[in-house]
Ligand binder design. Structure first.
Ligand code: GEK
Length: 249
């Protein structure tokens, strides 16, 4: 099976919009989503591969695995392929109906003996229980900042001893010089992937106040304060990082 999902080319912001509305995960985004995320997030594919490897290592028998903010199920697919432990279930959650519907089609297109439950729900409202692996791949950044600690705490409580949280996020830097240097690298990445200046600036406006990033230190301190014994970055490409947090055995 191919590692990337089929997709139309993302041209959502190629034409000038009179007013750029707040970004929404609707039908138009679903159709171009795999192309959009590949061309916008440096390291996305490497992170998916790492999620598969970490799943293979940390999944425990008779446990549940979660993909919170699953979009089209790319992380669920890689977790499902690498899962070897018996009697496990993957629970994939997204609150965009259009995403969940298309994710269901992708998940059914390939045979697997691993049970997957796909839920259209707010991840703030979903119970996390008997979990060995929890993935939040680029979704915490869309959650109200005031609700993030409660969500991460709920995940910590729901993890079994030795369980792992894999958290990928766009991050920012306190140091303004560092921020501008690294942001420039990301802009160059988008340009090299064919996005025009108009597309880049309209997308940026649409994500304003929708995607709210934290710094890497803020993430790590919050995870440790919540109770994770170990928390740190395992992968970073420019201003996109993936962290792991492991609960003590
Ligand atoms: C991937 N993980 O390809 N509850 C549930 N879902 C939500 C919520 C919420 N409160 N808020 C936003 N979402 C995926 C990529 S995309 C990242 C994740 C991006 C969902 C939203 O509908 C969207 O599908 C997803 O979070 C974020 O590995 O677009 O940058």
């Amino acid at each position: 099976m191919k590692d990337s999902l089929p997709s139309q080319k993302d041209t959502l912001y190629a034409q000038a919009h009179e007013a750029v509305g707040a970004f929404q995960f609707d039908e138009s985004v679903v159709a171009v989503f795999p192309d959009m995320i590949q061309r916008s997030v440096p390291g996305y594919q490497t992170i998916l591969t790492g999620i598969g490897e970490l799943t293979e290592t940390y999944a425990q028998p008779n446990s549940q695995l979660y993909d919170l903010g699953c979009s089209l199920g790319a992380a669920t697919l890689t977790m499902r392929r690498k899962l070897t432990q018996p009697n496990c279930k993957i629970i994939a959650v997204d609150n965009s109906e259009a995403m969940v519907q298309r994710a269901g089609e992708y998940l059914h297109a390939y045979h697997s003996d691993v049970a997957v439950e796909l839920l259209c729900a707010d991840i703030n409202a979903v119970a996390i229980e008997n979990a060995s692996v929890v993935v939040i791949n680029f979704t915490l950044q869309f959650i109200d900042p005031d609700a993030r600690e409660a969500l991460l705490s709920k995940i910590f409580q729901g993890l079994k001893p030795g369980g792992i949280l894999i958290l990928s996020e766009k991050i920012h830097f306190e140091d303004a010089t560092l921020q501008s240097a690294i942001e420039h690298l990301h802009l160059q990445f988008k340009r090299a992937n064919g996005y025009s200046e108009l597309e880049i600036s309209q997308k940026r406006s649409s994500l304003e106040n929708v995607l709210i990033s934290d710094t890497a230190d803020f993430h790590i301190n919050r995870l440790k304060n919540i109770g994770f014994e170990s928390a740190g970055i395992w992968f970073q490409a420019y201003n996109f990082a993936s962290l792991i947090a492991i609960k003590a055995k």
